[in-house]
Design a protein around this ligand. Structure first.
Ligand SMILES: NC(=O)c1ccc[n+]([C@@H]2O[C@H](COP(=O)([O-])OP(=O)(O)OC[C@H]3O[C@@H](n4cnc5c(N)ncnc54)[C@H](OP(=O)(O)O)[C@@H]3O)[C@@H](O)[C@H]2O)c1
Length: 287
């Protein structure tokens, strides 16, 4: 039995779709916070269970019988993510789960300026210490994030960043498909896997691509983290949110998202979607 958490979210919802193409529905269960939202899965023969990391009493039944359990990383910026993940991993141990797979992030590291990266690293340590078989899917940064990170470049012909550095912007759809392929491979992939697109362009490269695709000059301006945060706060953004967003570019500047790995292409059997593919969509909207 495959048990998939976060199936009412974008990534693991798409993973369930890909898994359904490979294994019968009666071998899949979803463990979700809101069972009503998961009705479309139930209608297709998938068992729907209630499971919330913040409600440990829900987890024994949610994880029961799981040969493989896909744990989504918490999406709540106010939550203590590591505490939630610890609760889920302890429940997986108690339930006798065969293997835990976890949606981690490329650049998971204790020294990263990007706080989710520190939480992902800490969670991987919990998995390593759990005694369970585990696989950490270190997903590349979602490429669609560029849509909001680049702000009003269409109107202004420029975008400001706190810092510049390479990021292997990766398609969430590709990552969802890869997770299903890893699940269906029944334990071939063990430990930390890095799943990224094939290249890691800088924001300067992104500006050059946008210039080419939009057919007009687009400039990237590095303003420094403090000036960037001050500008965002002046524009009405809460400081905490601005600092969080700034930490993405700062971590990029320190090289945390620079690596690329051929594994995603190997799993998919084709080239992953590239940043040019993502930017083509943005430039088409701007044309
Ligand atoms: N690689 C990247 O660039 C990147 C970017 C953003 C986020 N992420 C991480 O990747 C994860 C998956 O991405 P996504 O796009 O699918 O995000 P998403 O659409 O927001 O889905 C997150 C899922 O996590 C579930 N969840 C949150 N807290 C939970 C808890 N306490 N117990 C059980 N389930 C819980 C949510 O349940 P509900 O459906 O009930 O809300 C939702 O289904 C995110 O949660 C985040 O940790 C990665």
């Amino acid at each position: 039995m495959f048990v998939i958490t976060g199936a009412t979210g974008a990534l693991n919802g798409a993973t369930v779709e890909h898994l359904l193409a490979r294994v019968p529905a009666d071998r899949i269960a979803v463990a979700v916070r809101d069972v009503a939202q998961a009705r479309p899965f139930a209608e297709r023969g998938i068992e729907v269970r209630h499971g919330d990391y913040a409600d440990p009493s829900s987890l024994p039944a949610a994880f029961a019988g799981a040969e493989q359990l896909l744990l989504v990383s918490s999406s709540d910026p106010r939550a203590d993510a590591v505490a939630l993940h610890r609760t889920a991993i302890e429940a997986a141990v108690a339930a006798g789960v065969g293997r835990v797979l976890y949606t981690s992030h490329q650049g998971a590291a204790p020294a990263s300026p990007f706080s989710p990266a520190r939480d992902h690293f800490a969670t991987e340590q919990l998995l390593a210490d759990s005694g369970l078989a585990w696989t950490s899917l270190r997903n590349g940064f979602y490429a669609h994030t560029l849509g909001w990170l680049l702000g009003s470049w269409r109107e202004t012909g420029r975008f400001e960043v706190p810092a510049d550095g390479p990021v292997s912007w990766t398609s969430r759809a590709d990552l969802a498909e890869a997770a299903a392929l890893v699940l269906a491979s029944d334990g071939v992939h063990d430990g930390v896997l890095t799943l990224t697109a094939g290249a890691a362009p800088t924001f300067e490269d992104v500006a050059a691509l946008l210039t080419e695709l939009a057919g007009r000059p687009v400039e990237r301006v590095v303003v420094g983290p403090e000036a960037w945060v001050a500008g965002q706060v002046a524009a009405g953004q809460p400081e905490g949110a601005a600092r969080f967003t700034a930490s993405i570019s700062v971590a990029a500047g320190e090289g945390f998202f620079a690596g690329t790995d051929p594994l995603l292409a190997d799993l998919l059997g084709r080239a992953p979607r590239s940043v040019r593919d993502e930017l083509s969509g943005l430039a088409a909207v701007a044309a």
